[in-house]
Write a protein that binds this ligand. Structure first.
Ligand code: BES
Ligand code: MN
Ligand code: ZN
Length: 500
């Protein structure tokens, strides 16, 4: 939701009032500007550090109220650990650590972006600013009252003191758009399913037009005309009609083939006739996490005017059981012409993706195509909630994703595909069936998708464990994490500007 944290950059100057955050390394050393600001308070800080066994290890915090000898009301000392070992992503986390310590209040906050080795670089300060905003996000749109003691959304003016203000602002400009994209994705995942159903989701995606994104919304008759029988089979059990949304950002060379991103947008997944048990079914409002990521990504790319041609496509449905719902045993014909026997109506995501992947592959002939989907519970059994599952028919693309994952901290772990798995999804009545039994559930799901990408270089990210309900981190306290926006924005950047 709207974050009320304003982050700006200022030059180093004298001791500020309000809240002050500074950094020290694992030797308890401060940088020269920090020492100047702290003055004689350094001795007191050393004493406080000793009392609290604060040793400056990375992410550790020493929180001193009303520090003697400073006009600052509160001093937050954050440990850097070994500064030379820190990577870009660590600065994001440091920003998150600082934001995690701030409480709502009128006090202005100043952060001295300095290590014992001197001022942090513009990129490091920008990463910190991103981390601050990502951590401060809170979805409280539907809270009319605040309970006593409940953490309120952070509202603060934060100034990051840096050596080169103009350089830091320039470095942060694109990152701020990426953060906005993450926040959009989180908002979409957190929204309740009575508010965010396919038509409303399509309306929100259409708002990207303001940023110069071409948005096309396919309604049910349009999808019927295209022959999207797999997606429509899922949608038919809901009174709320499905949609497919195609978003195009053409910031690259004219006529250059696009990159494509495809998202599973099941706005609510009851399981359909193969209905899910009641426990935690409310979480299935997040079954559109893949689509949310694609919208957030398109927003980030368009806002930062990425020099890239990109297609984002999302299949939006609600998987409901009603008199018109599809049954186990039904056979549907996908847009590709392949027939699919429905074994379990709860394996609906792959049906939606089958048609959207085929449509995108044939219509846009992308250089590569990556889908994101909260596809299987089995991926959480395999990988937990730290890594998204990565499946790909292309080693180079898989390598790019792994690299972008390590750089952004949105990590992916490659899982196998192979013709051996095909027999698990061969159907006795149709070309393919939509489930493959208990074993290797994430793999057979991916193997199913592969039948709908033809020879397009393709990767599938199973984000069931990472897009929603993942453990809280330094930079995310929200149920909907926005996973994938930073990862894929980085992938696009690295694709067109390979440097780092
Ligand atoms: N949306 C679910 C997968 C899921 C489960 C995402 C839990 C996040 C948390 C998906 O549509 C589904 O129901 N998958 C089934 C597949 C099975 C029927 C083959 C599953 O994982 O059990
Ligand atoms: Mn399902
Ligand atoms: Zn689902």
């Amino acid at each position: 939701m709207t974050d009320a944290v304003k982050v700006g950059f200022v030059p180093f100057s004298g001791a500020p009032g309000g809240v002050l955050a500074v950094f020290c390394d694992d030797q308890g050393e401060f940088g020269p500007n920090t020492r100047k600001v702290l003055g004689s308070a350094v001795a007191m800080i050393k004493r406080a550090a000793e009392t609290n066994e604060f040793k400056g290890k990375n992410g550790a915090v020493l929180d001193i109220l009303a520090p003697e000898g400073l006009k600052t009301k509160r001093l937050i000392v954050v440990g850097l650990g070994k500064f030379a070992e820190l990577k870009e992503n660590d600065f994001l986390k440091l920003g998150g650590t600082v934001a995690g310590k701030l409480r709502t209040g009128r006090d202005a906050v100043t952060i001295l972006a300095e290590s014992p080795k001197g001022a942090m670089t513009a990129d490091q300060a920008a990463a910190m600013a991103s981390g601050l905003r990502l951590r401060a996000y809170k979805f409280d749109r539907y809270k009319t009252k605040k309970k006593e003691g409940e953490e309120k959304a952070l509202r603060a003016d934060i100034s990051i003191a840096v050596a080169d203000v103009a350089a830091a602002r320039k470095a942060f400009a694109p990152s701020a758009h990426i953060v906005d994209g993450v926040i959009t994705a989180r908002d979409l995942v957190n929204e309740p399913p009575n508010v965010l159903f396919p038509v409303e989701f399509a309306r929100r995606a259409s708002q990207l037009r303001k940023l110069g994104v071409a948005v096309e919304v396919l309604d049910v008759p349009a999808m019927r005309k295209l022959g999207m029988g797999a997606l429509l089979g899922v949608a038919q059990g809901s009174t709320r009609p499905g949609r497919t949304v195609i978003m195009r950002w053409n910031g690259g060379k004219r006529g250059d083939q696009p990159l494509a991103f495809v998202g599973k947008g099941v706005c609510f997944d009851t399981g359909g006739i193969s209905i899910k048990p009641a426990g935690s079914m409310e979480d299935m409002k997040g079954d559109m996490g893949g689509a949310a990521c694609v919208v957030g990504l398109m927003q980030a790319l368009a806002s930062r005017k990425a020099k890239a041609n990109v297609v984002g496509a999302i299949g939006l449905v609600e998987n409901m059981p009603d008199g018109n719902a599809q049954r186990p045993g039904d056979i549907v014909t996908s847009m590709s012409g392949q027939t699919i026997e429905i074994i379990n109506t709860d394996a609906e995501g792959r049906l939606v993706l089958a048609d959207v992947l085929w449509y995108v592959a044939k219509k846009f002939k992308p250089k590569f195509m990556i889908d994101l989907a909260t596809l299987t519970g089995a991926i959480m059994v395999a990988l937990g909630t730290e890594y998204a599952g990565l499946f790909s028919n292309n080693d180079e693309l898989a390598g790019r994703l792994i690299k972008a994952g390590l750089a952004t901290g949105e990590r992916v772990w490659r899982m196998p595909l192979g013709p051996e798995y095909d027999k698990l999804i061969d159907s006795q009545f149709a070309d393919v069936k939509n489930t493959g039994g208990r074993h290797g559930g994430s793999i057979t799901a991916a193997q199913f998708l592969q039948r709908f990408v033809d020879s397009t270089p393709w990767a599938h990210l199973d984000v069931a464990g990472t897009a929603m309900g993942a453990p809280k981190t330094d930079i995310n306290q929200s149920w909907g994490s926005g996973f994938g926006v930073r990862l894929l924005d980085r992938l696009v950047t690295d694709y067109y500007e390979p440097k780092r």
